[in-house]
Design a protein around this ligand. Structure first.
Ligand code: PLP
Length: 438
């Protein structure tokens, strides 16, 4: 790419031009092949160019590509709402469509707020979240995000929201007896609710399995259950941000199902449209939606919400997940890949931790495993290893949580269609890349 491009994203970094994609592979214009080891940004869960999804989209395109939601219902949006409700916890029988993850979390908190208003609890507006966390780029969702480099520049433009630490026992160096269960960390939620005044707290938003911010953090046993109890005790809504972990890659359509704990509201996006269309949704228990609708309606919405083409893609994605039994495959292949990542940790002393659920997996690089001391910031390890892997034809997703609270972590999250031999190839490329990095 020598010519000056007219488009821009976060940085001046330029990547090759994508030509085509199929299954777990992508090819750039020069013909170089890459394995999509992170499903983009944990999006393309069922792989690229699935013929049944493309055919369903093509059929929908021939009928209509837009129907404004205040003018028409569409078969595609009705079908997707029904499919989503079938996969959701009991009583979650209403679905509100959006076009992405930030819109989903933003809509979730606005639904929560309107529910409180409808019940005469106008004093409740604070949504407690965790550090680190990521809930989206729009100002409402960003106010919930626990990641200073992204939030600090906009602090004067946002209402500050309370935050508690995410349960990262592997970093905190606490007495293992204290962190064997998640109670120690969940009880921080109770302390924060009491500090803020329960009558001011609207909700608690949590990524059941962490995404990019924590690098696939799985909460310790008992954490989600205790969070539920605490939310119930103080009338606080539990909002699960399943934007990244939802959609099947943990082995369950909603990662929260791993603990059988039912939240009040769920936000979903990435794997929902699976890269075929910009799509997301908020689903909530019927008592919440009905209360809001009975009180005059949900004062919120986006022009592209419920877009028939996006919804047709979403229906076909769910059908393919079922037809190919991809959640079972995610569980099986995830266990295999995780074991192989633990194998890499034996080989490379600078891998400090391996974690995750199903095919939402990560490893973290550190300077000293015993103390979990991060690698020096100046090393920019999170970019270096990604670049080396990229050159080797493997795409990884990395993030460095700055501020001395974490090291450099790398998400290894291939599409749920991966086979054992694909995993051999991914691990082989990881070894070649880590050897060069070392
Ligand atoms: N919530 C979580 C947990 C995410 O991982 C993301 C994106 O990475 C978002 C919200 C925001 O989604 P989007 O980038 O589609 O707006």
């Amino acid at each position: 790419m020598s010519e000056k491009s007219r488009l821009f994203y976060q940085t001046r970094l330029r990547r090759p031009v994508l030509d085509r994609a199929e299954g777990i592979y992508l090819w750039d214009k020069s013909g170089k092949r890459y394995i999509d080891g992170s499903s983009g940004a944990m999006v393309c869960n069922i792989g690229h160019s699935n013929p049944n999804v493309l055919a369903a989209m093509s059929r929908q395109m021939e009928k209509s590509t837009f129907g404004y939601r205040l003018h028409f219902e569409t078969e595609a949006s009705e079908q997707l709402a029904a499919r989503t409700a079938d996969l959701s916890p009991p009583g979650f029988d209403r679905v509100f469509f959006v076009s992405g993850g930030s819109e989903a979390t933003e809509s979730a908190i606005k639904l929560a707020r309107q529910y409180a208003l409808a019940r005469g609890a106008a004093s409740r507006w604070k949504v407690i979240s965790r550090i680190p966390s990521y809930h989206g780029a729009t100002l409402g969702a960003l106010a919930l995000t626990g990641y200073g480099p992204l939030t600090d520049p906009f602090a004067p433009m946002m209402r500050e929201m309370p935050k508690i630490p995410a349960p990262r026992a592997y970093l905190d160096g606490l007495d293992p007896a204290l962190t064997a269960t998640g109670h120690h960390y969940a009880d921080m939620l109770e302390a924060e609710i009491l500090k803020q005044g329960p009558e001011t707290v609207l909700g608690f938003i949590v990524e059941p399995v962490g995404g990019a911010s924590t690098g696939a953090l799985v909460p310790p046993a008992g954490y989600m259950e205790r969070v539920r109890e605490i939310c119930d005790r103080y009338g606080v809504l539990m909002i699960n941000d399943e934007v990244m972990c939802g959609g099947g890659r943990t082995g369950r359509f909603f990662a929260g199902d791993l603990w059988g704990v039912e939240p009040d509201i769920i936000a979903i996006s990435k794997g929902f449209g699976a890269g075929y269309a910009p799509l997301g949704a908020v689903t909530a228990h019927g008592r919440i939606v009905d209360t809001v609708l009975d009180a005059g309606g949900f004062a919120h919405g986006f022009t592209y919400a419920g877009n028939p083409l996006a919804c047709a893609a979403g229906v076909a994605v769910i059908d393919e997940i079922h037809r190919l039994d991809l959640m079972t495959n995610a569980e099986k292949m995830g266990a295999l890949l995780k074991a192989r990542l633990f194998g890499l940790a034996e080989r490379y002393p600078f891998i400090g931790d391996v974690r995750g659920a199903g095919l939402l997996l990560a490893f973290e690089l550190v300077a000293d495993r015993a103390t979990m001391t991060p690698l020096p910031t100046a090393l920019n390890a999170y970019l270096r290893l990604v670049d080396i892997a990229y050159e080797n034809g493997l795409i990884l997703y990395s993030r460095r949580t700055r501020g001395g609270i974490s090291g450099d972590h790398f998400l290894v999250c291939p599409p749920m269609i991966v086979t054992e031999s694909d995993i051999d190839e991914i691990v082989g490329l990881l070894i070649t890349s880590l050897d060069r990095f070392a």
